[in-house]
Each structure stands twice: as structure tokens, then as C-alpha cells.
Design a protein around this ligand. Structure first.
Ligand code: PLP
Length: 390
């Protein structure tokens, strides 16, 4: 029988969080009470100044097509923000605005990676990296993130894995799912290893750059000689609780930015006009709400880590950034996926298996603490009761 789907579709992965959410919703429909710790989005409302800017833009007629790379006002605001926060000089022409940060992952790999090229990426890591690399026929080269390294990359292993075939190195700090943060040392090893090579790029996913609990965020783009080798991805979803607005961006060399904008023309035409104006307000307006979000996450982080560590058989490291914990559940001797299913079905808490983020996530679960302290305490209690029965 003739195939309907292209073969490449067999290689396309997914983001399991959405599947678990659907399962949890189905249980709720049956009358069950479920605590949601599966989905990666802040539970706060978007700050009012940002909403007001969107309404104002709508009324002012920002309801038509706009330039594919983004409205100049927003590109300028982003260039200023990145220049200031990363200590580099970013020109508005080097910025591309997209509907969420996610398309940047797709476009960067599509624009730069040929079938057979090697792409390094964190594992456990955001599943879309591996999915896209496989989809486009490139060779995925995982960089394992280990608990004993505080879920940062291993310098020697990373240096050894950079070969002549390496085309792209994907970094994510603070990291989803582990909450790990890359050290300056990690970044320097990579920068040093690709010095003098103009055939390698780094895609640095910094969507959690503002959600950091100790020290200051460091970007590989800030290291000497690295700016032109880096695609710096960031967005509005996590910092400003704007997941549903679909607004993200990246800074990269101008020639590359033009190619990524061309991919935008071929796919989306442009990013929604009035949300872009709201994005400019998010970056230029008051930052107190965004700071409050981080302080609230900081409190919840303590509660969830302390709670999980009190459960017999679970150990949980304190995450340095983002709003996830990645507890070790190896002592139960059950596959993470099975345990996550059981915690949802029998315990009423939606969590993700560590393996939803790649093979190196076996033995771990991912819990998001973007939920109230009351619900986090209840979830810990439920998990504690459930694992007693294992
Ligand atoms: C590491 C990482 N990168 C990118 C994204 C995509 O964010 P956006 O909502 O801006 O597309 C996410 C969302 O969960 C993420 O965790």
C-alpha cells in the first residue's frame, strides 16, 4: 500500500507534557482531583501593563501583516535588552521575532544543519532539540547531564565529543528539566574548543535566563569571539508568564537572521502584530511583577525540595534556575515512565518521567513547581502515600 505520510514523520518526536496534560484532564472529567505539576508554564497572570499595551496596540490598528523579522520597535527593544543583560552589542538587524521561542529551535536547525551533521545537545533536555535533529536527518550527539555534576555538562566529555563533523552545539541554561545551570568553565571549554572554526554554531536556549536563584545568568555569547558564532534564543513565555501569547526571539549574525526571517516568510509570514507591541512594553516597562514571580518560585522551590527529600527513597537536588525539580527515584527499581503513570493514575499528581527528556533521564521524574504552595504540599503528601505502597 502506498504510504501517505512522508518517511521523515517517523523520526519526529514530541513533547510528552502535552500528552500527560491530556491524560490528567481525562481523569478530571471522570471526577478525579488531579494536581498539575506536569506543564512548564508559570501559573501567574501576565502583568497588566503588558495586557494594556496589547489592547492599546489592537485599538491603534496593529492588526495587519508586519515585517517578517519583527516590528522595528520590538527588535530595537530586544537588541537593547540583550546588549544590556549579556554585555554584548546586539543590533536590531540581528534580531528575529517568532511566535514563541520554540520556532527558533526549528529554524536554526533547518537553516544550518545538513543530514549527517553532528548536533550536540543536553540529555536530559528539552525534547524538541532531539526531535528536530532526528527529523532533519542529522546525527544527535547527546551531552549527558549527571546529578553528580549538579546537572551541568561534563567538560572533558563535551570537549571530546566536538569533532570535525560537529555543526551545532545546543546549550540550555538554566535547564529544563533539571534546573541545572552551566558554569562559566563549561562555556569556556566549548568556546575554546571551537575557536578558529567558522563551521560550528552554538544555539544557546536562554528562555529561563531571568529565573535564576543564585548568582547571575551567563551567556556563551558574552565570551570573547563567541557572539558571531551564537544564536541566542530567549522569549517572553517564562519571564513574563506569556506562554499563550506566543512571542519569542533570537539574536544571531545578520546574514543568518535574514535566512531565518526567510523561513518565517515561508511559514508564518510574521508574528502577531499587537503581541509584539506588548512585548516591547514587557521589556521596557516596569519589571517588578517579573521579579515577584521569581521570588514566589524561590519559596516554592524550598517547599518542594524539602518535601520530596523527606520521602523515603527519593532524593532531590536544589535547582539553581527555572521552575522544575528533577528528583532521583532510582531506589524504587521501577521505570520512570511507569512510576510517573502510577503517580498520576493512583496518586492524582501529574508529573513527567525523566525519560520524556531523553534516555539519560531514566531514574528521575520532572515536577514543575509552577503551582501554589498549598498544592505542592498536597502533591508531596500524595506521592509520599503512593510510594509507601510500592
Ligand atoms: C528549554 C525551553 N526552550 C524553549 C521553550 C519554548 O518556549 P516558548 O513558549 O517561548 O515557545 C521551552 C518551553 O517549555 C523550554 O522549556
Amino acid at each position: 500500500m502506498a504510504r501517505l505520510l512522508a518517511q521523515r514523520m517517523d523520526k519526529l518526536g514530541t513533547e510528552t507534557a502535552f500528552e500527560v496534560l491530556a491524560k490528567a484532564k481525562a481523569l478530571e472529567k471522570q471526577g478525579r482531583n488531579i494536581i498539575h505539576l506536569e506543564i512548564g508554564e508559570p501559573d501567574f497572570d501576565t502583568p497588566n501593563n503588558i495586557k494594556d499595551a496589547a489592547v492599546k496596540a489592537l485599538k491603534a490598528g496593529y492588526t495587519h501583516y508586519v515585517p517578517a523579522a519583527g516590528i522595528p520597535e520590538l527588535r530595537t527593544a530586544i537588541a537593547e535588552y540583550l546588549s544590556k543583560s549579556r554585555g554584548i552589542t546586539v543590533d536590531p538587524d540581528e534580531v528575529v521575532v517568532t511566535p514563541g521561542a520554540k520556532p527558533i529551535i526549528f529554524y536554526s536547525i533547518l537553516a544550518c544543519v545538513e543530514p549527517g551533521d553532528e548536533v550536540m545537545y543536553p540529555n536530559p533536555g528539552f525534547p524538541i532539540y532531539e526531535s528536530m535533529v532526528n527529523f532533519l536527518g542529522a546525527k544527535p550527539v547527546p551531552m549527558p547531564l549527571k546529578e553528580e555534576n549538579n546537572f551541568a555538562i561534563d567538560n572533558d566529555d563535551t570537549a571530546n565529543k566536538i569533532t570535525k563533523k560537529t555543526k551545532l552545539i545546543i546549550l540550555n541554561s538554566p535547564e529544563n528539566p533539571t534546573g541545572g545551570v552551566l558554569t562559566k568553565d563549561n562555556l569556556e571549554v566549548i568556546a575554546d574548543r571551537i575557536k578558529g572554526r567558522d563551521d560550528v554554531l552554538v544555539l544557546t536556549d536562554e528562555v529561563y535566563s531571568q529565573i535564576i536563584y543564585e548568582g547571575k545568568h551567563q551567556s556563551i555569547a558574552s565570551l570573547p569571539g563567541m557572539k558571531d558564532k551564537t544564536i541566542l534564543l530567549d522569549g517572553f513565555s517564562k519571564t513574563y508568564a506569556m506562554t499563550g501569547w506566543r512571542l519569542g526571539y533570537a539574536a544571531m549574525r545578520k546574514d543568518l537572521a535574514q535566512k531565518v526571517a526567510q523561513l518565517m516568510i515561508n511559514s508564518n509570514s510574521c508574528t502577531c502584530a499587537f503581541t509584539q507591541m506588548a512585548g516591547a512594553e514587557a521589556l521596557r516597562g516596569p519589571q517588578d511583577e517579573a521579579k515577584k514571580f521569581v521570588e514566589e518560585f524561590r519559596k516554592r522551590r524550598e517547599v518542594i525540595v524539602n518535601g520530596l527529600n523527606k520521602i523515603n527513597g527519593i532524593t532531590c537536588k536544589m535547582p539553581h534556575g527555572a521552575f522544575y525539580v528533577f528528583p532521583n527515584v532510582k531506589s524504587f527499581g521501577i521505570q520512570s515512565k511507569k512510576l510517573a503513570d502510577q503517580i498520576l493514575q493512583d496518586g492524582g499528581v501529574a508529573v513527567l518521567s525523566g525519560t520524556a527528556f531523553g534516555a539519560f533521564g531514566e531514574g528521575y521524574l520532572r515536577l514543575s513547581f509552577a503551582n501554589s504552595i498549598e498544592n505542592i504540599n498536597k502533591a508531596v503528601e500524595r506521592i509520599s502515600e503512593l510510594v509507601k505502597k510500592l
